[in-house]
Design a protein around this ligand. Sequence first.
Ligand SMILES: NC(=O)c1ccc[n+]([C@@H]2O[C@H](COP(=O)([O-])OP(=O)(O)OC[C@H]3O[C@@H](n4cnc5c(N)ncnc54)[C@H](O)[C@@H]3O)[C@@H](O)[C@H]2O)c1
Length: 283
Amino acid sequence: MKISLAGRAAVVTGAARGLGLGIAKRLAHSGAALLLIDMLEAELASASAELRTYGGLVEALSLDITAADAPARIRAAAESTFGAADILVNNAGMAISGTIEEFTDEQWDRTLAVNLTAPFRLVRELVPVMAARGFGRVLNISSWTALAGIRQDACYGATKAGLIALTRSIAVDYGSFGVTANAIAPGTIETPLSADILRNADPDSAFMQIVLYNKPISGPGQIDDIASAAAFLVSDEAKHITGQVIAIDGGLTATRFVPDAEGRIERRYLPKEGNLPNVVSAS
Ligand SMILES: NC(=O)c1ccc[n+]([C@@H]2O[C@H](COP(=O)([O-])OP(=O)(O)OC[C@H]3O[C@@H](n4cnc5c(N)ncnc54)[C@H](O)[C@@H]3O)[C@@H](O)[C@H]2O)c1
């Protein structure tokens, strides 16, 4: 199916690199006009220059989405660029890992501000306008860690779970006004954010085995895996999909037990040794 976003205008946060840039490219490729938001000014300038070569309307606004005046500035820029935004992609995010005892109030507050409060404030600014015009799409980029607890991730996981709850509330409150809201929960995707984790982690560690290899589709995902789903979810074709969380994680959150090539399941992560045979038949 070829997705057309011709005539649609999208605001994408965190669009200077990584998933945000990949999503922006896909939306531009499908014909959407774009307002790109990021606090990395130089990267944002080069991203928008690249996207303009696609031939569509591309504007960029460099700011920190947590700034008090950010939503009003984004709305004003959207109005002056294309009248009003049809699509909002809340993609900008940050992650700090650590044990619960290690997290400081400042780290908690900052992660919450970027990953949840800023998306909420942007929704509050832009979605009523979408509702008044009878069409809108909100796409929130959550994380698989909102769906399954992982070690040393309380802060990030909690904000991303909150983003899912926010998604469902938007869906319920605005569905009758033609506005849908969905979330994507990516697994580990190769981007600048995950590069350090992927580079520095021991490939044989239990964590890396679980997040990268003990899942139906092995290895990290690619930016396009997220971008193509994003383009569909914000399109007219997805008009009956709302309040959903689409995990794009190679099946990581679908199972703990992955059959090997012979259809056998290795018992690696059951907590108690000896309760089950070490290898059980998949059937
Ligand atoms: N890469 C992964 O494996 C993965 C997995 C699950 C979820 N995610 C989520 O996907 C989203 C994108 O991640 P990514 O891997 O592309 O990250 P990234 O760090 O490569 O890109 C994030 C972008 O957001 C921008 N940004 C961050 N805070 C901002 C702020 N306060 N104001 C304005 N811009 C800000 C950054 O400058 C950056 O350009 C994030 O929300 C992340 O939590 C990523």
